[in-house]
Write a protein that binds this ligand. Sequence first.
Ligand SMILES: Cc1cc2nc3c(=O)[nH]c(=O)nc-3n(C[C@H](O)[C@H](O)[C@H](O)COP(=O)(O)OP(=O)(O)OC[C@H]3O[C@@H](n4cnc5c(N)ncnc54)[C@H](O)[C@@H]3O)c2cc1C
Length: 531
Amino acid sequence: MRRWNGWGDDQFNLELPPEGRQFLGQRIGSANPLPDVGLESVKPRVPASRLPSHPAINTDAEHRIRHARGQSLADWLAMRSGDFGTFPDGVAYPETNRDVQNLLKYAEEHGVALIPYGGGTSVAGHINPQAGATPVLTLDMSRMNRLLDLDRESQIATFGAGTPGPLVESQLRAHGYTLGHFPQSFELSTIGGWVASRSSGQQSLRYGRIEQLFAGGRIETLRGSLTIPTLPASSAGPDVREMILGSEGRLGVITEVAVRVTPLPEQESFHVVFFPDWDSARTACRKLVQNRTQLSMLRLSNAVETETQLALAGHPKLIGLLESYLSLRGSADRKCMMTFGLTGSKHQHRHALREARSICSDYQGVYTGTRLGDKWAEKRFTMPYLREALWQLGYAVDTLETATDWDNVDNLLNRIEENLRNGLNEKGEKAHVFTHLSHFYPQGCSIYTTYVFRVADSYEETLARWQHLKTTTSELIVRNRGTISHQHGVGKDHAPYLPVEKGELGILAIRSLCDTFDPDQRLNPGTLVQP
Ligand SMILES: Cc1cc2nc3c(=O)[nH]c(=O)nc-3n(C[C@H](O)[C@H](O)[C@H](O)COP(=O)(O)OP(=O)(O)OC[C@H]3O[C@@H](n4cnc5c(N)ncnc54)[C@H](O)[C@@H]3O)c2cc1C
């Protein structure tokens, strides 16, 4: 069963190897976990529902608890302490377009706010209900989870919007196709959520971001149904698809998503190269992507992330051997690990591998084959479970991400890391901070920073520390030519920073779009743009 207060399946756990524990102890000290409350003790705290009764709406406490929060660190602190703040007043599980239309009508007639809910994997407060006098209904899309149509000739597949990653892929694979959209939250996030929050998958270099994959679909709005036809391309004015991408539940409920799919590849492999330092590694990545070498994924860990990953991997003997070999080849203390993926026909694969190895060796890259790359691929969707293991040891983990042009990558990355690393100095605490680059473009790349710190001796103080780190770094990002989000979206947490990026007129245009579809602010109020 899904964990009610954290990530994933409650029967699955990832252990932190002893070397990992020792490593963190040396970096930031050993920690004392905060006590978790049990589900049963939260149930009596759920207030009576304010919704007028409706046969399709479930007002049980457990359903409301399970839909009250997403997966940000602030959400975790709320769930673990039992101090949720606000719960939705009820949850509905529509199965058809007609069900969605009826629930929208109900919301309008009874003055109810409505939050579309995909997999609830938001890390920016998207699906958290706001406090206030308006009752809140959450619309869980999980029952609209089928492949509805597959046009093999045009390679367009249409899904119910609540289809989660594994069901998208298994239903397509049965016909020999893949969507190729693999966010790290793949296990739980949904195709409708990907569109609504402009998600990016790990193999976006081959398959594209969701913007490229989303071909059209159907959205139920308070003003009626909107159907977006699947055209290969169009110069007929502004693109309605673009209005839906990133709409975060503010314009309507996406019920059907048509996507561009690809036949399953002949071959796929993941490779690892080590570089002696950051400059050579970063330049090799830029050259690879500007050369348009046919990679399917690319990820570059900075020296601290490389060291952390090797420490957390366990297998000290094997890692020791690798370290000695790399040291002999000139990659020692400041080494940086690059992982790249190749996906396609055997011919494309051979050609791209030759090209990638040649560019890497121009920058002193030491190619180590596929063993570490295979490990990355094997664990790529289970890594979020590590957060649970760290939490049980008293460590809080969060990530921040942005994207910027190549000329600004080092400047922004260094500022983000420095701000996080020193952010708790006044409290006498340290944060362990590391970064990777991913989602590469000829113009620039995304910067993805992880920070780990010890929980304080109360939930309130831990939340205050996180808020300080989050707000100061978010401010810094938008003031230094970074986007407030490359892939996690805006939600409620990033909404205050959006005006810097979009400008006054840009925000006005987004607001008028919301007003056109939803003049009374019924749909997911407070998300994307602040009231
Ligand atoms: C461990 C972890 C790893 C992650 N890795 C990635 C990653 O690699 N790449 C990435 O892009 N993101 C990642 N995320 C963020 C998150 O998974 C994405 O934002 C994802 O797209 C959200 O999908 P969801 O179905 O869970 O949507 P939810 O979290 O349920 O909702 C997100 C927003 O979309 C709206 N929405 C959802 N479904 C619909 C619908 N049918 N109609 C209208 N609006 C809708 C909601 O109202 C809300 O505003 C990660 C999150 C976690 C916790």
